[in-house]
Design a protein around this ligand. Structure first.
Ligand code: NDP
Length: 449
């Protein structure tokens, strides 16, 4: 609490008290409040009419039962969530996560972060998040379909093109979005393409949406490296995860001249000093849906797999944690700094613990928080909504060009705000203040609602 302005401490106390046990949510609020002391001393009006308290309280939280029948004909029950956090800037927008660790605290932390992230894109989208404690691992395609259909039977009452527009996240990719869209269409008897993003290209999806989060993080990193006259050229890079964000971050890093030597999944990591073969990773994770441990067996010579170890032990110049929250600890951060890492960019949401972020900031390495660096996914989702609204479909090049421009704008806005508030190079502060001010301005104009 000490790092928070004393006027804001009661707000955090209330959040902790009111959302008992929701540690990830407390952590996310704590991190944003740390940045806001400087704002309210310059603009005390932002603390009027309990504005910050209102920003910390979701507008609506929906929790529901998701019954479905597995391949053995047994009834399974999962819990579904949708947290509609803030709609000051537009319809709620944010992904759905299917993972056994999902609970209301995790969804709230993600929805809170999403509100500021979406504001950073400069596009008209509010913040929301949802998901289920359903574990897709090992489930057949039919089971996934039945689960998605049951999930949508409840969710459809709460979403819509002008209301709330979900997308993918961990465990939810194009296949799941397709099944959910199919059920939404059937239930509503409407072809409302803009109700979900991350759709397949054959039914209203946007080119470059699949690649957008990973590509966007790499664009952000390249711009950030540029502030120190550096590039990706010849840099050793480590990217955690091997899902949607990680795969396309790696792809863009390679196109920018970097060399990715390690990636992971939730069981362990692989090292390939010749450079990770992305075609093989895609085949293992996206087509065969197998474990990353298969990689050395298929690639052979010069590669290895470490089960349960920390991928951050692999020396690198650039790191991109792109798997999940709190995956990079203070000890990992110390190792990365000791090994000479120069820059780190969060591809995932809140993958670095507060201790890790503190170590990076103290050591002077470049550090980009997820709400800025991974905003390319939701930005391209908003571009998908634009294409759906105008019944249009853009080329890959046009969409990627828009994505690159948005990422550069986010980078520059964060850097300029950090400098304006007396902390040049502090992207955490820059992102939190820029996002907050945009949401706060809209909320002030709309009165107490
Ligand atoms: P995917 O499900 O496609 O991939 C997640 C990857 O992270 C997998 O390799 C998975 O391994 C690994 N992982 C998941 N949970 C854990 C864990 N507890 N410990 C270690 N590794 C784990 O998800 P995404 O790539 O879409 O999402 C990754 C991160 O990026 C998340 O934080 C998400 O919120 C964030 N994000 C995603 C966006 C998107 O557009 N998809 C947009 C912005 C942020 P395994 O295969 O073993 O499950």
């Amino acid at each position: 609490m000490k790092s928070i302005d004393e006027k804001l401490r009661p707000i955090l106390s209330t959040v902790i008290h009111r959302n008992f046990g929701e540690q990830e949510f407390h952590q996310a609020v704590h991190e944003v409040l740390e940045s806001l002391g400087r704002v309210i001393s310059k603009h005390p009006e932002y603390a009027d009419e309990a504005l910050i308290e209102r920003i910390c309280e979701p507008e609506r939280q929906i929790i529901f039962r998701v019954p479905w029948i597995d391949d053995q004909n047994d009834v399974q029950i999962n819990r579904g969530f949708r947290v509609q956090f803030n709609s000051a800037l537009g319809p709620y927008k944010g992904g759905l996560r299917f993972h056994p660790s999902v609970n209301v605290g995790i969804i709230k932390f993600l929805g809170f972060e999403q509100t500021f992230k979406n504001a950073l894109t400069g596009l008209p989208i509010g913040g929301g998040k949802g998901g289920s404690d359903f574990n897709p691992r090992g489930r057949s395609d039919r089971e996934i379909m039945r689960f998605c259909q049951s999930f949508m039977i409840e969710l459809h009452r709460h979403v819509g093109e002008y209301v709330d527009v979900p997308a993918g996240d961990i465990g939810v990719g194009g296949r799941e979005i397709g099944y959910m869209f199919g059920m939404y269409k059937r239930l509503t008897n409407r072809y409302e393409a803009g109700v979900l993003t991350g759709k397949g290209l054959s039914f209203g999806g946007s080119r470059a949406r699949t690649e957008a989060t990973g590509f966007g993080s790499a664009y952000f990193m390249r711009r950030m490296l540029g502030t120190r006259d550096q590039t990706f050229e010849g840099k050793r890079c480590v990217v955690s995860g091997s899902g949607n964000v990680a795969i396309y971050a790696m792809e863009k890093i390679v196109s920018f001249g970097g060399k990715v030597v390690a990636c992971s999944d939730s069981d362990g990591y692989i090292v390939d000093e010749t450079g990770i073969d992305l075609g093989l990773v895609k085949e293992i994770k996206e087509i065969r849906r197998e474990r990353i441990s298969e990689y050395p067996r298929l690639k052979g010579h010069g590669t290895y797999y470490i089960k349960d170890g920390s991928i951050w032990d692999v020396p690198c110049d650039v790191a991109m944690p792109s798997a999940t929250q709190n995956e990079l600890t203070g000890a990992d951060a110390a190792t990365l700094v000791k090994n000479g890492m120069v820059a780190i960019c969060e591809g995932a949401n809140m993958p670095c613990t507060p201790e890790a972020v503190h170590i990076f900031q103290e050591s002077g390495v470049l550090f980009a928080p997820g709400k800025a660096a991974n905003a390319g996914g939701v930005a391209t989702s908003a571009l998908e909504m634009q294409q759906n609204a105008s019944r249009d479909s853009w080329s890959f090049e046009k969409t990627e060009e828009r994505l690159a421009a948005i990422m550069h704008n986010i980078h520059d806005a964060c850097a300029e705000t950090a400098a304006e508030y007396g902390a040049p190079g502090n992207y955490v502060l820059g992102a939190n203040i820029t996002g907050f001010v945009r949401v706060a301005e809209a909320m002030r104009a709309m009165g107490v609602v």
